[in-house]
Ligand binder design. Structure first.
Ligand code: PLP
Length: 368
């Protein structure tokens, strides 16, 4: 069988050996629930969760009490809407939420579907959130890196400008793509919430991270086991943060894989010279229009007169896995007047020979 080339890291990362080993060992030899047991084995799981929380906190420049484990970025953004709805005065029909066309459906969708009114932050000619035209809003959504364009936003600057218009603005950052390529620093950014998914950095599916700057300000969105200290009739005394935001059994197996995933990522990030190489190889072909920048983390393009699904299918037949379509980011496609595109995104496993093979296959399609 020919070699299979997986160039769809932005959809989901392949798993490093250390993650497989850590989860395998946890399931085989160390498994117990967290936050419930008193035996030594259960206490060791509590320690593992605690250690991972502190490790994740360090990774994003936060305090451990601000780290809540979720089931993924989409789960996190939906939960933020419910947390804000449950917290008096935070999200109702009078709330103005500024979004942008860079946003993924998972990020902007929960807010569009909430009682809040959404307004759109304009983009500038570089396809960045236009710092000069950030509207005054109660909530501000910032996609730190679009999953179609793959270049980073100046999150710190955007938040500082937004706070000049409204010092109390709730700034929420989507780091689902950004976390793979750039250092997150939530304290420097001064954001209120930030989310990413484990599976996009080499950890398992079903685990994510939600950062809450000041968890004491907010009411939990879920109720259940593990988060209640005492119940007096209708009155529930909840555990302090972050535990009060973690009702029910955590995805403990997936949490066991989070630390080795982050370690592996820090050790070897995707080689973005491969993106530059492929950009240069495709840029001069007159049938191809590249939508992303040369120094971006992602290469998105369209081929004149060809549907992206057809391109993806032909590449697929050639054992090349890429993402095609609107990537759950229909607003940016509409903004660029295309219905979808082909996206190449590399992981640490991709080599120059993969990039050469992908370019050869695309040129063959274009030349037909
Ligand atoms: C920018 C961005 N935000 C949010 C998401 C949603 O992530 P998940 O599906 O892991 O919840 C994605 C996934 O592709 C993404 O690229």
């Amino acid at each position: 069988m020919n070699k299979f080339i997986y160039m769809d890291a932005a959809a989901s990362f392949l798993k490093p050996q250390a993650v497989l080993e850590s989860e395998g060992d946890f399931l085989r030899n160390r498994y117990a629930n967290a936050g419930r047991g008193v035996c030594e084995r259960a206490a060791a799981v509590d320690d593992m969760v605690d250690k991972t929380r502190r490790f994740v906190a360090k990774f994003i420049g936060a305090d451990a009490d601000s780290i809540v484990f979720t089931f993924g970025a989409t789960d996190g953004f939906n939960r933020i809407v419910n947390i804000l709805k449950n917290t008096p005065g935070m999200l109702n029909k009078n709330t103005v939420c500024a979004v942008s066309d860079l946003d993924h459906h998972s990020f902007r969708g929960p807010f569009e579907m909430s009682p809040a009114k959404t307004i759109v932050c304009p983009l500038d000619k570089n396809m960045d959130i236009d710092i000069k035209r950030i509207p005054c809003a109660d909530i501000l959504l910032i996609t730190a890196m679009s999953n179609v364009l793959g270049h980073a936003q100046n999150v710190k600057k955007i938040i500082s400008v937004a706070r000049k218009a409204n010092p109390n603005v709730i700034a929420i950052v989507d780091c689902a793509q950004y976390v793979v390529h750039e250092k997150i620093d939530v304290k420097k950014w001064d954001c209120d919430f930030m989310c990413f998914s484990g599976h996009k950095i080499g950890a398992d599916t079903g685990v994510g991270v939600m950062y809450i700057k000041n968890p004491k300000r907010f009411s939990p969105d879920k109720f259940g086991g593990g988060m209640v200290a005492k119940i007096y009739g209708k009155k529930w005394i909840l555990e302090s943060a972050p535990i009060c935001f973690e009702a029910g059994t955590l995805p403990i197996t997936q949490i066991a894989g989070l630390m080795p995933a982050i370690d592996s990522l820090i050790d070897k990030r995707p080689d973005l010279d491969l993106i530059k190489y492929m950009y240069d190889e495709l840029d001069y072909l007159k049938q191809i229009k590249i939508l992303s920048k040369r120094d971006a983390a992602i290469l998105s393009f369209v081929i004149d007169g060809m549907h992206p699904l057809d391109v993806g299918t032909i590449l697929g037949v050639n054992n090349i896995c890429v993402r095609v379509g609107n990537m759950c980011a229909s607003w940016i496609h509409k903004y660029m007047s295309v219905s979808g595109c082909v996206r190449l995104s590399v992981g640490p496993w991709n080599t120059k020979s993969d990039a050469r093979a992908v370019i050869k296959a695309i040129k063959k399609i274009v030349e037909k």
